[in-house]
Design a protein around this ligand. Structure first.
Ligand code: AMP
Length: 114
């Protein structure tokens, strides 16, 4: 999608601090980190949000989650843990309309969220 910032990051058209990339996904540090570790994992294919997915996306979604967990461990979060979040639409707090998994770690995180 031409005006999507995460599509542009996936294509390398705008810079990001990438930590992983393959043919179907990219992971990069959040530009406005809310914890010492805060990165995003996105599919390169433009999917607006988690409510737009269907059965054909099951394997991709699984691989995105597996990669988020793997990268969090590589970044030193295995012992203390992390939070993996998918915001969706207005009430879910989604600000970028391209499906992404947040991984947050490196400090205790409150629950429930505000
Ligand atoms: P959400 O509010 O769940 O849609 O999350 C979008 C996230 O994308 C926010 O945490 C932003 O800080 C982050 N973000 C927006 N633009 C960029 C960018 N150019 N590079 C990295 N992260 C970004």
């Amino acid at each position: 999608m031409t005006d999507c910032i995460f599509c542009k990051i996936a294509e390398g058209e705008i810079p990001s601090k990438k930590i992983y990339e393959d043919e179907e996904m990219a992971a990069f540090h959040d530009v406005s980190p809310q914890a010492p570790v805060h990165f995003l994992v996105i599919p390169k294919k433009h999917i607006k949000n988690i409510m737009e997915v269907h059965d054909d996306h099951s394997s991709l979604l699984g691989r995105l989650l597996v990669k988020a967990a793997e990268l969090s461990k590589e970044l030193g979060c295995e012992e203390k843990g992390a939070r993996f979040v998918v915001n969706c639409k207005e009430h879910g707090g989604q600000t970028v309309d391209h499906l992404h998994i947040h991984a947050l770690a490196g400090r205790p995180l409150e629950w429930p969220p505000g």
